[in-house]
Design a protein around this ligand. Structure first.
Ligand code: AHR
Length: 496
């Protein structure tokens, strides 16, 4: 099989937005406690943050981290997590049936974010709380000083405002599982009034309204339409969430998950633009894909937590090579939509459905899915190019016939082009032909294994890792053979 790519450096779609390389830290399972924070760990720093996890976070190339949830945020009182540690209340977290010690709160997280060199995306509780509490947390985080809550922050050790720019107006409030679940109208009104109040406090915040929890929600489409009609002028972004699970062992469909992500994005863009047209607005709403990943959700649903425990090992999925190829392909889809997707967060960062895993008191290691994220974040530079793929198709149960190869290219002003591509076929290699380039390959990486179910573990942390990909040039066209179930990145530099 052969696949051919077409792109030119002057046919630009959009800048590579660095916020596409976002992640997510929720008070969920062991993401915070024994994930980013473990005061007794041998690598812990003076603030109790695991040094090994901080180093891996930097290596992953994360730019933005959503915090503190997720389902967790819809029952959360942010003020439980500030001030002297001995005074912080221990609470129930109904969302994950866990006990929250509150030993890490926003001041600690902001300190961690500075060390990791990431921007914070802060989610406020619009499940069990409302406008007043949103204003309070904003005053605590962003007001310079001279008021009760900003002075409290200073007294708690953070003199300068945290200056959070990007705010989520709640989380997944369309979902009946959400604490404080709402109808679209109830949520749209609350989001509008919260946004209005936050903008009175600080006009240039970036605000994200909740879209649908996934594209199969019965209210999908109608929810976005109603919510945006109520807050179109008050928000900047609408959120999307999507998790992919190889249900019924249908690996062919699973490998084509990016087809679903493409359609989901296109439909939300169409819905948002239709609302804009109805409102006769020139404003364009952008998208915040603030939760996406592979998640073996059906396993979690079959065995949910029954006991109230502190930092239980929840949803610690172990990812294989196939999962990593899907993750690489989802990143291709996000880049392909960089004209409308302004931010994206892989959920989550550590332990809970995460590219980084830890053992309490023990090692931290890279899951298979770490690698396509890290390479895409490092190599996607400059602008995303309009990229077309001519490839044979393969049948899938869920998405019909899909191209075997998916790809996108980015181009930087220094003359560097990087192609990201996947071969979604389970048994057949594909010969990939790039356009004729007066260029030479500077690096090329392949993520693949003879065994697509191979995984990394604490004992074999580097069993799966990117290996150099062999390339050559035929008739002026760079070329590479992509084995079945593989992801690759090929960087070329223009020859003067
Ligand atoms: O990321 C795990 C959970 O998935 C989040 O808490 C929730 O928002 C979503 O349903």
């Amino acid at each position: 099989m052969t696949a051919t790519l077409a792109y030119t450096p002057d046919h630009v779609l959009a800048p590579v937005r660095r916020r596409l390389f976002g992640s997510f830290v929720e008070h969920l399972g062991r993401c915070v406690h024994t994930g980013i924070h473990e005061p007794d760990h041998p690598t812990a720093d003076e603030d109790g943050f695991r040094g090994d996890v901080l180093a891996l976070t930097r290596e992953l190339g994360v730019e933005l981290v959503r915090y503190p949830g997720g389902n967790f945020v819809s029952g959360y009182r942010w003020e439980d997590g500030i001030g002297p540690h001995a005074d912080r209340p221990v609470r129930r977290d109904p969302a994950w049936r866990s006990i929250e010690t509150n030993q890490v709160g926003i001041d600690e997280f902001a300190r961690w974010a500075r060390k990791a060199d990431v921007e914070i995306m802060y989610a406020i509780n619009l499940g069990t709380r409302g406008v007043a509490e949103a204003l309070d947390v904003h005053e605590y985080l962003n007001h310079p000083g001279g008021t009760h809550l900003s002075d409290l922050r200073r007294a708690n050790g953070t003199d300068q405002p945290h200056d959070v720019r990007l705010w989520c107006l709640g989380n997944e409030l369309d979902g009946p599982w959400q604490t404080g679940h709402k109808t679209a109208h109830e949520y749209g009104r609350l989001a509008a009034e919260t946004a209005r109040a936050l903008r009175q406090a600080e006009p240039d915040l970036e605000l994200v309204a909740c879209g649908s929890s996934h594209s199969r929600m019965p209210t999908f489409g109608q929810w976005e339409s109603t919510v945006l009609e109520l807050c179109y002028d008050l928000v900047d972004h609408i959120s999307l969430h999507a998790y992919y699970d190889p249900l019924d062992d249908d690996v062919d469909s699973f490998l084509a998950s990016a087809v679903d992500m493409d359609r989901f994005i296109d439909r939300v863009v169409a819905t948002a633009d239709a609302v804009g047209a109805r409102l006769k607005s020139d404003k364009r709403i952008t998208l915040s894909f603030d939760e996406w990943n592979v998640w073996y959700l059906s396993r979690f649903q079959a065995d949910p937590p029954t006991e109230w425990r502190t930092a239980p090992p929840l949803i610690e999925d172990t990812y294989d090579v196939t999962d990593a190829v899907v993750v690489g392909n989802l990143l291709i889809s996000l880049l392909r939509h960089a004209d409308r997707v302004a931010a994206a967060c892989q959920a989550q960062l550590v332990n809970a459905i995460a590219p980084i895993r830890t053992e309490p008191g023990g090692p931290a290691w890279r899951q298979t899915t770490f690698h396509p994220f890290a390479l895409t974040s490092r190599l996607a530079r400059g602008h995303v190019l309009h990229t077309s793929v001519h490839a044979p198709t393969t049948p899938t149960t869920r998405y019909g016939d899909v191209p075997v190869v998916d790809a996108v290219a980015t181009h930087d002003h220094d003359g560097t082009t990087t192609v990201f591509a996947v071969n979604r076929h389970r048994t057949q290699p594909v010969e990939l032909h790039l356009p004729p380039h007066p260029a030479h390959v500077t690096e090329a990486w392949l993520l693949h294994d003879q065994d697509p179910t191979a995984v990394n573990t604490a004992h074999h942390p580097d069993r799966v890792q990117p290996r150099p990909l062999t390339t050559d040039t035929t008739d002026g066209r760079p070329r590479a053979v992509l084995p079945p179930v593989s992801w690759c990145a090929i960087t070329l530099r223009d020859t003067p």
